[in-house]
Design a protein around this ligand. Sequence first.
Ligand SMILES: NC(=O)c1ccc[n+]([C@@H]2O[C@H](COP(=O)([O-])OP(=O)(O)OC[C@H]3O[C@@H](n4cnc5c(N)ncnc54)[C@H](O)[C@@H]3O)[C@@H](O)[C@H]2O)c1
Length: 439
Amino acid sequence: MTAIVKDSRSSLEQKMNRKTLKAGVIGLGYVGLPLAVEFAKVGIQVVGIDVDRDKVKALNQGKSYILDVPDRDVADLVESGKLKATADFSVLKDLDTVNICVPTPLGKSKDPDMTYIVSAAKHIADYVHPGMLIILESTTYPGTTEEVIQPMLEAKGLKVGEDFFLAFSPERVDPGNAKFGTKNIPKVVGGVTQACTGLAQAFYKLAIDHVHPVSSPKAAEMVKLLENTFRSVNIGLINELCQMSAKLGVNVWEIVDAAATKPFGFMPFYPGPGLGGHCIPIDPHYLAWTARSHGFAPRFIELASEINSQMPEFVVRKAQEILNEHAKAVKGARVHLLGVTYKKNVSDCRESPAAEVVELLEKLGAVVTYSDPYAPVFRAHQRTYESVDPADSSIGADIAILLTDHDKFDRQALCRQFPVILDTRNAFRGIHSEKIIQL
Ligand SMILES: NC(=O)c1ccc[n+]([C@@H]2O[C@H](COP(=O)([O-])OP(=O)(O)OC[C@H]3O[C@@H](n4cnc5c(N)ncnc54)[C@H](O)[C@@H]3O)[C@@H](O)[C@H]2O)c1
């Protein structure tokens, strides 16, 4: 048995050392594509596998569909043969490593939806072979790697840590972050056995600056959920403070900025129109679900989620008050939204609070339009909206609400264009105008 472990392990190590490794990435989205590109850039042959044939086609034509990944990088890597994409899972039989980067949404009752992970694992199980390293990167509940993936692969008669190697490594990419990307964000890794951790660590070290091993996949899964729960809870705290400040007649932004001058023991978080994206609104619920299934009632997560989900309504109420002060009803008012993506300088609209703001405003009878340089179309409550140039005089808005503080917005021009702007992000900091009203 020891000899088999050594064989599988040392042949993989040899391939890593010689960079003759064939790597695969399942799921070529915001997480998978940058990862595939980073490994291809260090000279490893990478095959990306995705069920979305449009993405496969684009990549094989050298085109990127992710803002943070330049077309040039993809084109060069495809041309040099280091990167290719396919929808055919049979390539797995020739791959030495495979990273799973598929979506992990929530089900209707906020339970983890494992459909995509299970589907990817089924495909891998069809082709798992001795010497293969499998790493799950999708954010998921603690226990998934060992309870869901390991049995599916071992059912094929191979043993983890001996024949094949299995680990979890959370993905921490932050789309739109110019300072930290896949290469320089430290990678946490937890394998099922020590051999699994060692190999996963060695693999990431080929392309990523720092790798931090932990004792198990469960620990690594929990790390990611702690990070995103930490954000959700702190954003919840500051959103509650924002609502409280409105009652107390203080400016929440001034308070946070002043508190942030403390050089230790304080980390600034800022209020906003609500949580968005594929991580912060979802991941804490994975942890809450696991806690509940172990008979533990998680209180911080539920409370933060409750407060954060009140924010779109808080924004709409504030807009209603502003219109009222201008002797206007919301019914029939023209409301223009500035930014609908869930955060600045990205095109991702998943879970964006803008959808709820649109729905609430329309329920009150407002006519809603929007401008977003990153989102030409936006879907909210089964309707599709098209972005308009904020300088378009036909908008005729009674009020604008800035929901996303894209750098591309010309603040001065917006001040001239709109009669009043509700700023939910402190985007007009430094511009002194009576037209700007902070959340
Ligand atoms: N987006 C982020 O900022 C971010 C950051 C850290 C972690 N994550 C986590 O990473 C995971 C992936 O997120 P994402 O934002 O990259 O999602 P995404 O939707 O951008 O990409 C997922 C890709 O997987 C493909 N896919 C779905 N099912 C598949 C299957 N069975 N086989 C092959 N391909 C399949 C989809 O077509 C899509 O291209 C999630 O668990 C998410 O929570 C995301």
